[in-house]
Design a protein around this ligand. Structure first.
Ligand SMILES: Nc1nc2c(ncn2[C@@H]2O[C@H](COP(=O)(O)OP(=O)(O)O)[C@@H](O)[C@H]2O)c(=O)[nH]1
Ligand SMILES: Nc1ncnc2c1ncn2[C@@H]1O[C@H](COP(=O)(O)OP(=O)(O)O)[C@@H](O)[C@H]1O
Length: 214
């Protein structure tokens, strides 16, 4: 069985896995499920000027920063991309993403369509994007209400923006409807598994095939 071990160890380049959706469709839920189930993918923790919600921890869900700190990060070119959403700013810190990708690390991004477009412009070959749709708009509102973290005004604002966000669905590589969350999660994992197998990411294949052919 020694040959199979060799195949397991083939080197692979990491990927940038993006989950986007209108607010309330379930991307945070799916992200948490994925991070819990898959040790090979790491969350890219964004910086934001939005205040933390109950249950959110600084450095885990977001880096919560002041406006002045965000300005300084923009000025120092610390961001891979950043965008304004719902009146707050959100950005992906550069961190060690480039080195991580080379070493085979996958990164998960919970970012909007603006961030997705910017990542495609920077690094098309490594990006895999998935758009999560709600089964209906009344169900989307029900989920925002059930989450019980926003006032009615904020929920109205999120619902108003939902149509604009959904209009970007066709810019994504994959689209999954989040009706039953477990089924949706299975679809998302299938996408990730298949994308990891892409020939162009399996950089260890060239030496492997060279050896195979003697
Ligand atoms: N472009 C960009 N968007 C982000 C980033 N971090 C979060 N977002 C998006 O900002 C929006 C608002 O996020 P949040 O306030 O956490 O509310 P949510 O919609 O309930 O997840 C969502 O669409 C996120 O995907 C980031 O670093 N860059
Ligand atoms: N398939 C689903 N069916 C019912 N409720 C869901 C489903 N997926 C997510 N939810 C719930 O809907 C609410 C919004 O989901 P969340 O993951 O916070 O959305 P987002 O990150 O896209 O704003 C949460 O209370 C979550 O538990």
């Amino acid at each position: 069985m020694a040959e199979f071990k060799t195949i397991d160890k083939l080197h692979r380049r990491g990927l940038l896995f993006i989950l986007s959706s209108p607010s309330g469709a379930g991307k945070t839920t799916l992200s948490r499920m994925l991070l819990a189930a898959d040790p090979d993918i790491k969350l890219s923790v964004s910086a934001t000027t939005r205040p933390p919600r109950p249950g959110e921890t600084d450095g885990v869900h977001y880096h919560f920063v002041s406006d002045a700190k965000f300005d300084a990060m923009v000025e120092e070119d610390d961001f891979y991309e950043w965008a304004e959403v719902f009146g707050y700013r959100y950005g992906t810190p550069k961190g060690h993403i480039r080195e991580g990708l080379k070493a085979g690390q996958d990164y998960l991004f919970d970012i909007d369509w603006q961030g997705t477009q910017q990542l495609y412009q920077k690094d098309q070959q490594d990006v895999v994007s998935v758009f999560i749709l709600p089964p209906s708009l009344p169900e989307l509102r029900r989920r925002l209400e059930a989450r019980a973290q926003d006032s009615d005004d904020v929920i109205d604002g999120r619902m108003e923006r939902a149509r604009a966000e959904i209009s970007h669905w066709a810019e994504y590589d994959y689209v999954v409807i989040n009706d039953n969350v477990d089924e949706c999660f299975d679809r998302v994992r299938e996408v990730l598994d298949a994308e990891r197998m892409r020939r162009t990411r399996q950089t260890g294949l060239i030496p492997f095939v060279r050896e195979l052919m003697g």
